[in-house]
Write a protein that binds this ligand. Structure first.
Ligand SMILES: [Zn+2]
Length: 70
């Protein structure tokens, strides 16, 4: 199961979550697989994004959706 990890402010793609690790790909072919938790500063808007675990990511998305519905 893969999830896209996106900036919580501008929605720019930060990486791909694959089970318990994070796949980060940069320009010119550099790629990294890192463990979670992970943090990243968005290259677009400079917002600090934090990623805990795959399960918490899904939980977080659910919370965001419920907030939008309210
Ligand atoms: Zn951003």
């Amino acid at each position: 199961m893969k999830h896209q990890w996106r900036c919580r402010r501008c929605g720019k793609l930060l990486g791909i979550v694959e089970q318990n690790r994070l796949h980060i790909q940069f320009a010119r072919g550099h790629q990294y697989f890192v463990g979670m938790p992970a943090t990243s500063v968005c290259r677009g808007c400079k917002t600090l994004n934090e990623l805990a675990t795959d399960q918490e990511l899904r939980k977080g998305n659910t919370n965001i959706q419920s907030q939008l519905q309210n």
